[in-house]
Design a protein around this ligand. Structure first.
Ligand code: DGL
Length: 245
């Protein structure tokens, strides 16, 4: 049996799990949401590294062969530590997200949104500059995380938060938006409403392409998912029923 561990601070990683599950890349997915300690994105680096290593220890109990870090905040600061402690491949959403821009015009106007930690880490920006992309606006948008955790993904409150964060930029000029937080794909409709011309880069789809192309992982006959949470697992299950369908 081929098993993949996936973790996030909460329900955001379900957007990644959904894509991996849909592509049937593993016989079984073990998902861990650290719902007792969400959000990660406002915490300091050493705390996020500690939480990530604890998530890895938990997932090791299930004999996983692969780890997907479905949290940009953890991918921005903890990936090297996780790789040191794991005897199997560990992939993060940031490398995958940047790779998803291969083939895009280097003068594209890119908007990068993510948690405070992800934006402050400069991980995305450095990798994008290395690839020759120059026009990058990066904005921390932490309020989107509790909104998604609450299931509020459209409407007046969300529009207000969009105006708060993006009121000063020319939205029509943005060509590509990197959804640098795995909670944000749940806000896809709202992003499309506010940024009519932008292509959205989604961590889940980016990871699936990376797993297929770089790790030659192929489709299995069946794929299932087991969900675990550090607090309120019932709530995670209910959200997963909605988000995973
Ligand atoms: N979903 C996470 C990310 O991709 C973290 C959100 C949070 O816990 O702040 O960054």
């Amino acid at each position: 049996m081929n098993r993949c561990g996936i973790f996030d601070s909460g329900i955001g990683g379900l957007s990644v799990a959904k894509e991996i599950l849909k592509s049937r890349l593993f016989d079984e997915i073990i998902y861990f949401g650290d719902t007792a300690r969400v959000p990660y994105g406002n915490k300091n680096e050493s705390t996020i590294i500690r939480y990530s290593l604890e998530a890895l220890e938990f997932l090791k109990n299930f004999d996983i062969d692969f780890l997907v870090v479905a949290c940009n905040s953890a991918s921005s600061v903890a990936i090297e530590d996780l790789r040191r402690e794991a005897s199997f491949p560990v992939v993060g959403v940031i490398e995958a997200g940047v790779k998803a821009l291969d083939g895009e015009k280097k003068d594209s106007n890119i908007l990068l949104v993510g948690t405070r930690r992800t934006i402050a880490s400069n991980k995305y920006q450095t990798l994008l500059h290395e690839k020759g992309f120059k026009n990058i606006i990066s904005i921390p948008t932490p309020l989107f995380v509790p909104l998604v955790e609450e299931g509020i993904t459209e409407g007046k409150i969300v529009d207000e938060v969009f105006n708060l964060y993006f009121g000063n930029i020319n939205k029509d000029k943005i060509d590509i938006i990197i959804l640098g937080c795995t909670h944000y794909p749940f806000l896809e409709k709202s992003f499309k409403k506010h940024f009519k011309n932008a292509k959205l880069i989604h961590s889940g789809q980016a990871i699936v392409s990376m797993l297929k192309n770089d790790f030659s992982i192929t489709e299995k006959e069946n794929s299932s998912i087991k969900l675990f949470a550090s607090d309120n697992p019932e709530e995670l299950r209910k959200k997963a029923e909605i988000w995973l369908g």
